[in-house]
Design a protein around this ligand. Structure first.
Ligand code: AMP
Length: 384
């Protein structure tokens, strides 16, 4: 089922599969428009629960929950991609789902994603699919250098990844690798990591946000700097690759594409995330239309909004290790004192390890100024 939904908001209901922070921010954008939100999630502690109108708190493999969900919603979307394909296609047989289960299924599995990129000649790192120690041995031989072994299914934020120098014993690596199938990727000597957020509407209208430069801390996004300091042609190349991906997936909704930029100017796609993306959180405060409202517009069949960047911005992820104690937050007065910083918290009560607890958008007259303030706040939290 597809086609443009006749909208009757307030009144129509969007179903969100998944209850994490992305679902929460999507729900907040929906409620601003008077759109009802039904969240389907396992566990009432999930961040989207307290802002949803209705919650279905049962597993994604529960057929009754699926029918219940579909009865309550006009249209459905996902807030994270690791939803079983079977669930998505069953939902899609009852209500429209955007993006399509097909597009989501390609992006939720590295093997399918790499095949898709290869078939559409979209540049990406050399890679080998491996399903046993012998195949890994052969792949490492062909690679002949540094790489990274990643799980084919359901990996994110560096989970399920083993970095390889190239001289390890493949049998030992395979034994350590906790997955039935993997993708061995060549190590990319990148100079920057970039990303772009794209939205494609019901009528094929496509818009891109400014390219972000992303810095990670132990595999998890630390800061996104927008606009990225890259040549115009690199930004254009990123937008053009993202547009090709959107067309090839016949995509409807918002997605993020992560890239590696090499010293010679080559841009390689690392990953496609079929949903709003962590590196697009700056759009909440720095753009005319945020990525969550854009997702709603696309899913509900409305015209897309302007993506214009109104201010240089640095988004800082607030991870659990910023918290001095599990239930004691950092000194928000320090963060908010400069008046140009916007705080977003996800309502998680316990700050454990490197959980994503929230983020802050540092607006500024230049990205350098915003970055300096973001780094100073981070240092004040992490040096304790
Ligand atoms: P991923 O979960 O695949 O996005 O990987 C997490 C992070 O690991 C990336 O953002 C990079 O910093 C790093 N990484 C992943 N794959 C590669 C690669 N092939 N070459 C260099 N760095 C990588």
């Amino acid at each position: 089922m597809s086609s443009i939904i006749p909208l009757h908001f307030p009144g129509c209901a969007i179903g969100v599969i998944g209850g994490g922070q992305l679902g929460r921010m999507l729900a907040l954008a929906a409620r601003r428009l008077g759109v009802r939100v039904v969240v389907w999630t396992g566990g009432l502690e999930a961040p989207a629960v307290e802002v949803a109108n209705e919650v279905i708190d049962r597993g994604f493999d529960d057929p009754e929950a699926m029918r219940d969900f579909c009865e309550r919603v006009t249209v459905a979307t996902v807030e994270f991609e690791n939803i079983p394909y079977q669930t998505l296609s069953q939902v899609a047989s009852l209500v429209p789902v955007h993006p399509s289960p097909h597009a989501i299924s390609i992006c939720q599995n590295r093997e399918r994603e790499k095949k898709f990129l290869r078939e559409h000649q979209i540049p990406h790192a050399a890679n080998w699919v491996v399903a046993n120690a012998a195949e890994l041995t052969q792949a490492m031989r062909e690679l002949g250098g540094a790489g990274v072994l990643k799980t084919a299914d359901f990996g994110y934020d560096g989970k399920g990844q083993i970095k390889l120098r190239g001289d390890e014993n493949p049998a030992e690596i395979w034994q350590k690798f906790d997955s039935a199938r993997g993708v061995l990727e060549a190590w990319v000597p990148f100079i920057k990591e970039l990303s772009i957020i794209v939205a494609r509407g019901a009528d094929g209208q496509m818009v891109t946000f400014d390219v972000a430069e992303n810095r990670h801390r132990e595999h998890i996004l630390d800061v996104s700097i927008v606009p990225a300091s890259v040549a115009q042609e690199i930004a254009e190349q990123a937008a053009s690759m993202a547009s090709r991906i959107a067309l090839a997936l016949d995509y409807r909704g918002v997605f993020g594409v992560e890239f590696f930029l090499k010293a010679d100017g080559e841009l390689l796609v690392n990953e496609i995330a079929p949903r709003p993306h962590n590196s697009g959180h700056h759009t909440l405060d720095a753009c005319v239309t945020c990525q969550f409202e854009q997702q709603l517009r696309a899913v509900l069949g409305m015209p897309l909004g302007s993506t214009r960047l109104m201010s240089p911005v640095v988004m800082l992820n607030l991870l659990g290790d910023f918290w001095p104690e599990e239930t004691t937050p950092p000194d928000w007065a320090l963060l908010l004192a400069d008046g140009e910083t916007k705080l977003h918290l996800y309502g998680k009560r316990h700050a454990r390890g490197r959980r994503k607890m929230g983020h802050a958008n540092f607006l500024g007259t230049t990205v350098e100024d915003a970055l300096e303030r973001a780094e100073a706040f981070k240092a004040s939290c992490l040096q304790k």
